[in-house]
Design a protein around this ligand. Structure first.
Ligand SMILES: [Zn+2]
Length: 68
């Protein structure tokens, strides 16, 4: 699918109405594009190792709090 990667980052330029790649400026009309809308809670993509370390850290913290 050659169009897949390109289509994912396309937005409609508010200045010229063209479907353009989401960059800092519209390549069609040269106007600055609005920043990408942020979701309320965008979870960072964690690797299983990072999730494990996070849980381990949480357990260690809990033990530390209980032990004292
Ligand atoms: Zn434009």
């Amino acid at each position: 699918m050659p169009y897949r990667d390109a289509a994912e980052n396309l937005i409609t330029c508010p200045h010229c109405g063209q479907q353009v790649p989401h960059k800092n400026r519209c390549p069609n009309c040269g106007q600055y594009l609005p920043k990408r809308e942020k979701k309320k809670w965008e979870m960072p993509k964690l690797t299983p190792t990072e999730i494990f370390l996070a849980i381990l850290g949480l357990i260690m913290l809990t033990i530390g709090l209980v032990a004292v």
